[in-house]
Design a protein around this ligand. Structure first.
Ligand code: ANZ
Ligand code: ZN
Length: 832
């Protein structure tokens, strides 16, 4: 590269200075200003930052620096989501302690973030692996436990029979153990759950408040919560005393139920087959389903297999005797784990009935009454008119749903029910590197919570990572493991499971408001001052789990009186991926660009500028080496401009006696200031940057060559004014070079002590205005039209609108009234 600006020296210098002045540290004295809490999802300390991080944090940093200059009281913290599996894998492979591995990674990555020049308040740094942090996970666990919102139940885990160990989902590769390749089995063990289902309605309703979230994310959450209104209908088993409740949202089809289906895990499944000649076969089938369920659900292979139990149920509305089957497409986790099958109106039932030659009866007819059970090529799942349904026949589905539901409640054969797809949150992990669950098991007292005063339950440091006999190393440490029962004092032992790391990230945003609090998880005063997070920024891969768990725990803490507001994140931005050569940048694809290399070659400012310029934040960003060079060239150009102009020391004064060229530059300047500010607010960083680029080009309209044949700018106040503003406008994107240039231009205080520039409205002539079109005094349309139009233009434009044309179709215009810049009114009468 030709002569380039000394980015290394500059970046180093300003990073040191910012740090030395604690420039981005939030100070309590700023409380007179309006608060702004900006948060980017904190990283897992995997070892090095990658371009996804750089993108996420560059986006956040623009907002941070802009808000500082807009004179907000900013909170912009950073920390580490430090527990997790990779640390343990590293321990197994490289014989390094997870804590050490994590610490090393954190210090390396912290330096990397600093080299990018991100404006964080490092005084609030947290690491979730720090006992000062995770003791509050344990505290939250105890509070949930007190309220019955943390409980234990049996649930399956992945089990490698050869390594005799539990595997995390990520350690199962195509159904096999990642280490030894053995076929992974499912094993039922007792695990801890958080009852997020108790908050289902609240989580669903809360979405409506979140106007600052992408619709896409809200829809994903809504579907995940999956509220359905229906009826639980009770079917008696023929000649038995038991009842099978089924959940349906289509009670209007009850007269078409021709068989019943249980899931393999249904408590009655084994019971119904007992003692029958199909028992052995059925047992094998049930066991196979249980084993293969997870894999087959993933592969979408359900709906193909079933077995008749030999028993019958009685349809409570018509006393019909219908066979009970067990099949793979009914899941135990949803509804009641049993369904009434209506093959004519449910596609899965249809396919199943065809395969096993089960009867079908039409109960919903379409509009042209063309459906026949015998000839239907597929189920008719839409609503329609009821047929073959006794006194309900003739009703439309919607009305029938209500009537059937109420009638069933009256007859006590069913109950109206709301069901949620949202399952309780399993938080037990059979791993070492996580928050110990604060529970002690006593033979007499059962599961006893660790008393609050004994928190934190800290992870033992000296540990052997062999996972002998499948037990966590926590069980091997007898000093950790054995402990007297807090209730009766007898010999007892600790829970050895640790918490899902999503627990750690479910409240860290609250901890940041009061990060160093030793005596509570945070002070309500601080949380109430800072919450909600005004802007949250992160990857869309967290659209469901993390954001739902965080909303849940926040609501719980709010219910516990610790924070007032109910939704933690007012606005959410989900950034797109970084793509290279058509694929997501990732180690496995071998297409990664290391941020360090870019910083070395071009500097952090170029890296930031390129990333922000190449694509709007929500969209995927195509990495381009050419693009990086382009950004670098632009910064160099601005650098030369500032350094070699002759007008840098022109004293500030009112701009007057401007030439025409200068006047148009002044106008451009004000328009650019307006645009850049507005674009930053909307996250349209790319267009903001190109507006600055255009302004830079415009200045050159005044340039000339000096005696040495260098391109220079005249010593004029307007030039000086433009240069200053360019530096200010660039500063959120390329902060280091902006600081240096600000100093060159004579700025004494740093650029981030300056206010964001304002613009004069008189220079911003609206390019377009809204014109209201009336017909006989009634508003019929609104059109955009260029400012200060002529009467002819107004009339013509209005008459060209499709909607206006329609209104005027067979009318005659008798008069046209125009209020300039506001409206046009056509007075009409019928006829051509
Ligand atoms: C009878 C019926 C007739 C159904 C019909 C549908 C159409 P949503 O809306 O998602 O809540 N179902 C209930 N529990 C199930 C389970 N554990 N596993 C698999 N399927 C289950 O879905 C409710 C519908 O899903 C229920 O309504 C039930 O099938 C099925 F023409 O009942 B329906
Ligand atoms: Zn006890």
């Amino acid at each position: 590269m030709e002569n380039t600006y000394p980015f290394k020296r500059i970046e180093n210098k300003w990073q040191k200075r910012w740090h030395g002045q604690s420039l981005f540290q939030n100070k309590k004295g700023e409380r007179g200003k309006e608060k702004y809490y900006l948060l980017e999802m904190f990283p897992y300390p995997s070892g090095r930052i990658h371009m996804g991080h750089v993108r996420n944090y560059s986006i956040g940093d623009v907002v941070a620096r802009y808000k500082i200059m807009k004179q907000f009281n900013l909170l912009h913290p950073m920390g580490w989501d430090a527990f997790g599996l990779p640390a343990e894998n590293a321990a197994l492979k490289e014989k390094i302690h997870p804590a050490k591995w994590t610490e090393n990674n954190i210090s390396y990555m912290r330096e990397q973030l600093k080299r990018m020049g991100f404006a964080y308040d490092w005084s609030r740094e947290i690491s979730t692996a720090d006992p000062d942090y995770y003791r509050w996970n344990q505290w939250i666990f105890l509070k949930l436990y007190e309220k019955g919102l943390a409980y234990q139940k049996m649930a399956s885990v992945n089990w490698c029979p050869r390594c005799t160990t539990v595997l995390a989902n990520e350690q199962v590769e195509g159904g096999n153990c990642w280490r030894c390749g053995a076929k992974v089995e499912l094993k039922e063990i007792k695990q801890w759950f958080f009852k997020i289902s108790a908050y289902a309605e609240d989580l669903l309703n809360g979405l409506e408040e979140l106007s600052g979230w992408p619709d896409k994310v809200k829809l994903m959450q809504k579907n995940w919560i999956g509220r359905s209104l229906g009826v639980e209908i009770y079917f008696k088993i023929f000649k038995e005393s038991e009842v099978i409740p089924v959940f349906t949202t289509r009670q209007d089809t009850i007269f078409g139920a021709t068989y019943l289906v249980l899931s393999a895990e249904h408590p009655l499944s084994l019971k119904l087959i007992a003692g029958r000649n199909i028992e052995k076969k059925a047992r094998e089938f049930i066991n196979r389903l249980k084993r293969e369920r997870r894999v087959r659900t993933e592969k979408n292979e359900l709906g193909k297999e079933g077995i008749f139990t030999g028993s019958y149920a009685i349809n409570p509305v018509n006393q019909e005797k219908i066979p009970i089957w067990i099949a793979d497409y009914v899941l135990m986790e949803y509804g009641t784990g049993a369904v009434m099958a209506v093959p004519t109106h449910d596609q899965r039932d249809f396919e199943f009935a065809k395969k096993y030659k089960l009867p079908m009866r039409l109960v919903i007819q379409n509009q042209n009454s063309s459906l026949k059970a015998e000839t239907m090529p597929e189920a008719y799942e839409d609503e329609g008119k009821l047929v073959n349904s006794r006194s309900f026949s003739g009703l439309l589905s919607a009305e029938a749903k209500d009537k059937v539901a109420l009638w069933m409640e009256e007859e006590k054969i069913g109950k109206i029910k709301i069901n949620y797809r949202l399952k309780d949150w399993g938080i037990s992990r059979q791993r070492y590197w996580g928050t110990p669950i604060p529970i002690i098991y006593c033979e007499d007292c059962g599961a006893v919570p660790v008393p609050e005063r004994d928190l934190p339950v800290t992870l033992p440091k000296k540990i052997d990572f062999k996972y002998k006999n499948g037990v966590s190393p926590l069980a091997d440490d007898s000093k950790f493991y054995f402990i007297p029962c807090p209730k009766c004092g007898k010999k007892a032992h600790r829970e050895i499971d640790t918490m899902d790391t999503f627990v750690d990230s479910s409240w860290y945003f609250l901890r940041f408001t009061d990060a160093k609090d030793k005596s509570s998880l945070f002070s309500p005063d601080e949380a109430n001052y800072w919450m909600p997070v005004n802007q949250y920024i992160g990857g869309v891969e967290h659209a469901i789990m993390h954001l739902l768990y965080a909303r849940f725990i926040h609501k719980f803490l709010s219910d516990s009186g610790l924070v007032k507001i109910r939704e933690p994140f007012s606005k959410l931005l989900t950034q797109g991926m970084v793509i290279k050569d058509g694929a997501k940048m990732s180690k496995s694809k071998g297409n990664v660009v290391d941020p360090n290399d870019i910083i070395e070659r071009f500097g952090a400012d170029t890296a930031r500028l390129f990333i922000l310029f190449a694509a709007p934040p929500e969209q995927d960003l195509d990495w381009s080496d050419q693009g990086v060079k382009g950004s670098f060239r632009f910064l160099n150009r601005v650098w030369r401009l500032i350094n070699f102009t002759q007008s840098k020391n022109v004293p500030e004064e009112k701009l007057k006696d401007l030439s025409n060229l200068e006047k148009s530059l002044e106008k451009k300047l004000h328009q650019t200031i307006k645009k850049v500010g507005e674009d930053i607010e909307r996250f349209h960083f790319n267009t903001a940057i190109s507006a600055v680029m255009e302004l830079v080009n415009s200045i050159f309209s005044l340039s000339f060559k000096n005696a040495e044949k260098e391109e220079v700018l005249p010593e004029r106040p307007i030039v000086s004014e433009c240069l200053k503003k360019i530096v200010l406008l660039l500063s959120p994107f390329a902060p280091h070079i902006a600081e240096e240039m600000w100093q060159i231009l004579g700025g004494e205080e740093g650029v981030f002590k300056e206010s964001w520039p304002g613009f004069e409205a008189s220079f911003i002539r609206e390019e377009e205005v809204a014109l209201i079109v009336q017909i006989n005094g009634k508003v019929r349309d609104k059109v955009a039209i260029k400012a200060e139009p002529s009467e002819e233009e107004i009339k013509e434009k209005a008459l060209r609108q499709e909607r206006v044309k329609k209104w005027l179709a067979d009318k005659k215009i008798i008069k046209t009234i125009i209020v300039p810049g506001k409206l046009v009114n056509f007075v009409v009468k019928p006829g051509k």
